[in-house]
Design a protein. Structure first.
Length: 550
């Protein structure tokens, strides 16, 4: 009888450890069982389908397809992703996607002889083997290998289509080439377009940017191009701000919408398609001096609305940062002098509010590359990633400012890498795609994924959860915040915003020693209230569910 009681006690304790739950206010975290120490850190959660969760693991330079049971979150299998060769060349892994339950792996390869950058994809088995029936998705002609550009991916909200763009620079032609293709669940192209855009970089303060691309619920495709320069004779800042639209209902014929900007410089742009059949454009802008030279500091946030039924620009608002927000970012002395905000903030998230307004999250992000040690292929380079405070800007449905506030946090992580390849929002030469510091998958699993935050908007309330220093419990004042320090000792915290922008901070009642630490850089949004997350404590890793209770 005593043995039976001990056995029952052991089973109960095991069950408790397999499904340990943490709770902060209305946020609950429930985990599956501990993962084996296979040195394969999860760098991306691909998605959930067929009662299984699919994720990518990384060990040195090898990617592994990891498959979990949806209910128990138990690891079912972990297999090396086996990539094929193309023309006797190794294919570099790009990413993996779930399209209507079908699992695909995508890779790229450069052909030096033809000066082509190719993208291939095929279904991949749970054993990590790509099908022999590979699909040649792109065969892009480029100037040379060093100017081969990048591929960028966006999945539709219903996860049934994949939008891919390739951009590359042709320096001798003063041109940027972009190719955009939309693929269905079978990787069959639905739409494709290509253009080589000429630019004149001999003009004063010239900048050319492919700012963002987007896909809406109708499978319409959008592209933002921004070209700016200074006309020294007229003492004006010239802004060419265009939206290229490709609508399915119009057989994807190209349409162009111009947004007229005068007296301001557009710093960046991020797009969001809405349920009201509109396209929202949001970004930072700067002021322009009397001589036409643009200041690079951030004056505030603009919002432009495109009515997709008519292609009309129905709204254009420029909102300066309010005084209280500037005090938090710059300090009272500089705010009183009317100083502008340093250009270190990148828009990470746009949220469509229930009333049609927009919540904009802009995080301070930068990275520092240290001095390499060693020589040639054996050189090691330290890279420090920093993700600090988040500016939260709430816009009314008409694009004007409703309220602003700041999430106070200070985070950084340093890794050492043998090679350093970093795209700042996909920057390449004189153009960029997006405006967010993208940490390469090859550098994840080593610390940077502990940085950042997970925003959750539900029932009219904004919730932001992130890792923080335990000494910051209850602190919301940016002047009193302490740096995260060792992210292995971080504790989760939750900032909740009401409809006026007031912050309520929620912390765990007590910091638990050896508690798992959330990795906000690796998560999958399943619904507006449920997320699949990944947490660790040194060699102890678990997959879990983060749920916002009603």
């Amino acid at each position: 009888m005593k043995k039976n009681l001990l056995g029952l006690f052991f089973v109960v304790c095991c069950a408790m450890s397999l499904h340990a739950q943490n709770k902060i206010d209305k946020i609950s975290l429930t985990y599956g069982e501990e993962l084996a120490d296979d040195k394969q850190k999860i760098v991306r959660i691909i998605g959930e389908a067929n009662n299984k969760i699919y994720a990518l693991g990384l060990n040195k330079e090898d990617y592994f397809l990891k498959v979990f049971d949806s209910k128990s979150m138990k690891l079912l299998s972990s297999n090396l992703v086996v990539l094929p060769t193309m023309n006797d060349k190794d294919v570099d892994f790009e990413d993996a996607f779930l399209l209507n339950g079908k699992l695909y792996a995508i890779g790229s390869v450069f052909n030096r002889k033809d000066k082509t950058f190719n993208l291939i994809g095929s279904e991949i088995s749970e054993k990590g083997v790509m099908s022999k029936n590979t699909i040649n998705m792109f065969n892009s002609v480029v100037a040379k290998k060093s100017e081969r550009g990048e591929f960028y991916f966006k999945q539709s909200n219903d996860e049934g289509a994949l939008l891919v763009m390739h951009t590359s620079l042709f320096p001798k032609e003063d041109a940027v080439q972009y190719e955009v293709k939309l693929f269905d669940e079978n990787l069959k192209p639905i739409f494709e377009t290509a253009d080589k855009v000429k630019f004149d970089d001999s003009k004063k303060d010239f900048e050319f940017t492919i700012a963002d691309f987007e896909l809406n619920f109708k499978d319409d495709v959008f592209l933002v191009i921004n070209e700016s320069y200074r006309d020294s004779k007229k003492k004006e800042q010239i802004e060419k701000f265009q939206i290229h639209l490709f609508k399915k209902a119009n057989n994807y014929a190209k349409e162009v919408v111009d947004i007229n900007i005068k007296g301001k410089e557009i710093i960046n742009c991020k797009m969001m398609s809405t349920n009201k059949n509109t396209l929202q454009l949001v970004g930072f802008y700067s002021s322009v001096r009397d001589n036409g030279k643009a200041n690079k500091e951030l004056k505030g946030i603009y919002n432009a609305t495109i009515d997709l039924a008519t292609n009309a620009n129905t709204n254009l608002k420029f909102n300066e940062f309010d005084y209280d927000t500037k005090v938090k970012l710059l300090g009272e002395r500089r705010a009183k002098k009317g100083k502008d905000v340093k250009p270190l903030y990148n828009i990470t998230t746009l949220i469509e509010k229930d009333d049609g307004g927009i919540i904009v999250l802009s995080e301070m992000q930068f990275f520092y590359v240290g001095r390499s040690s060693g020589f040639g292929p054996l050189a090691f380079t330290p890279v420090t990633y920093t993700k600090n405070e988040i500016i939260v800007t709430c816009l009314k449905p008409d694009g004007s400012l409703d309220w602003g506030n700041v999430v106070a946090k200070e985070q950084s992580a340093t890794i050492t890498t043998m090679t350093f390849v970093m795209g700042f929002g996909g920057s390449n030469g004189s153009f960029s795609v997006g405006g967010v510091m993208a940490i390469p998958l090859t550098q994840m699993g080593k610390g940077p994924e502990y940085l950042g935050a997970i925003p959750i908007y539900r029932n009219g309330a904004l919730n932001i959860i992130f890792n923080d220093n335990v000494k910051n419990k209850g602190v919301t004042d940016i002047e009193n915040i302490k740096a995260l320090g060792n992210y292995n000792n971080a504790v989760p915290t939750l900032f909740v915003f009401d409809d006026k922008g007031k912050i309520t901070r929620h912390d765990p009642e007590e910091a638990v020693k050896n508690e798992l630490v959330l990795r906000p850089g690796v998560y999958y949004r399943k619904t507006s209230r449920e997320y699949i997350v990944y947490s660790s404590r040194k060699k102890q890793d678990k997959l879990g569910r983060l749920i916002l209770e009603d």
